[in-house]
Design a protein around this ligand. Structure first.
Ligand code: UD1
Ligand code: UDP
Length: 354
């Protein structure tokens, strides 16, 4: 079989790291297309190098721009490649503009689409990710949902055909790379961090960065808490912090975005995690770290329902309260599959194509 995979943003590299090698192991052909949505070394190349992701066959170098321009440019370039490569299936991940462009372009050419991480919903249509997810799910032929909640979300939209509850590829990824991170990453030593002496934070959601009120409130809370904060900063957020001229507290150490092995290592040694990232919320759960989510809702409701994630929005007082008082106990129950999701997905695609 010939599968064409479209990736372009940081979390998609990590997800593809688990599936791409599985597809290729079975003597199939995978054409890997990088849209170039993320392009800085520490947002892109580092993941290919550290995680052994095959080199992309095509890099579209689309870069950053407004949504329509970015998504449309991807589609123009992808169409040419699809027509030339004639894949049996196009495989997309998650909810970025690269996901939607990859799926929509395939659907128009009547090429079957597989969507990994289907069925997630925040029920907030102002999020570009929510728009991308809904549209992608409605044109996908195989929908790999990570959780029962995601399966039920699809049912509520009358999507039942081609839906498989496979578990979450990010659970595979952390299992696959956790030991390598322990051996290879020295970031904790480099930053001179004692175990469980700091809170790890990430911020990049458009709803937080594009609003001066929300970003001011979040950075204010980070700067005024009595904790050491390590903040690997997404370039989007860096740009807005500079633009809004926001002061940063002495307790906050800003570092450049890090590779996945460094990130797992920073997560694993932290005492709590403070984030607006989808993937990081799940990793906190996998690593048994209390997670404070700076959003008004989450797609990953299991992490909240099972007591290991709390939703605080961007309100300074709520963030500070959770930093001081959110202390779950016990063990997070398994909610994201068995760690063999990439194999299950590969087998289903293979069977579908025949
Ligand atoms: C995108 C996804 C988001 C995902 C995130 C993962 C969409 C709509 N959003 O958001 O769902 O959670 O990736 O990290 O697809 N930039 C750089 N260098 C880079 C990449 C980006 O400087 O390598 C800067 C540019 O100023 C750019 C901004 O970051 O305008 C935003 O990048 P973009 O890919 O548009 O969105 P993300 O916020 O990264
Ligand atoms: N991540 C990383 N380095 C960083 C920040 C995040 O490797 O500096 C990883 C993180 O561990 C997770 C993924 O990137 O696996 C999450 O991506 P991001 O937060 O950019 O996007 P989201 O998951 O919210 O779509």
């Amino acid at each position: 079989m010939k599968v064409l995979t479209v990736i372009g943003a940081r979390p998609q590299f990590i997800k593809a790291a688990t599936v791409s090698n599985k597809i290729r192991k079975n003597n199939n052909t995978e054409i890997l297309v990088h849209t170039g949505q993320h392009y800085d070394n520490n947002m892109s190349d580092i993941f290919f190098e550290e995680l052994g992701i095959p080199k992309p066959d095509y890099n579209l170098s689309i870069g950053s721009s407004n949504h329509g321009h970015q998504t449309g440019s991807m589609m123009i370039a992808l169409e040419e490649i699809y027509l030339k490569e004639k894949p049996d299936m196009v495989l997309v991940y998650g909810d970025t503009n690269s996901t939607l462009a990859g799926a929509l372009c395939a659907s128009k050419l009547l090429i079957p689409v597989s969507h990994v991480e289907a069925g997630l919903r925040s029920f907030n249509k102002a999020m570009p990710e929510e728009q991308n997810r809904i549209l992608t799910d409605h044109i996908s032929d195989l929908l790999f949902v990570p959780t029962l909640t995601a399966e039920n979300n699809l049912k509520a939209e009358n999507i039942t055909k081609g839906v498989y509850n496979t578990g979450d590829v990010m659970y595979d990824a952390i299992n696959l790379f956790k030991e390598r991170a322990k051996k290879m990453s020295n970031i904790v030593e480099k930053l001179d961090l004692a175990p469980e002496s700091y809170i790890l934070s990430t911020i990049h959601r458009a709803e937080n960065t594009n609003s001066i009120e929300r970003l001011t409130s979040i950075i204010g809370a980070l700067s005024n808490c009595n904790e050491k904060i390590i903040l690997p900063l997404h370039p989007r957020t860096k740009k807005f912090i500079q633009e809004y001229n926001l002061p940063i507290g002495q307790n906050v150490t800003i570092i450049d975005p890090v590779g996945y092995l460094e990130m797992i290592s920073l997560e694993n040694n932290s005492k709590k995690i403070l984030t607006d990232s989808g993937g990081v919320q799940k990793e906190a759960y996998f690593l048994k770290k209390p997670c404070i989510t700076m959003r008004d809702e989450t797609e990953w409701v299991e992490t909240v329902n099972n007591g290991w994630n709390t939703i605080v929005g961007s309100d300074s007082n709520k963030i500070l309260d959770a930093i001081a008082n959110f202390n779950p106990t016990g063990n997070p129950p398994s909610a994201f599959g068995e760690g063999n999701t990439s194999e299950i997905i590969t087998n289903i695609i293979q069977k579908y194509i025949g």
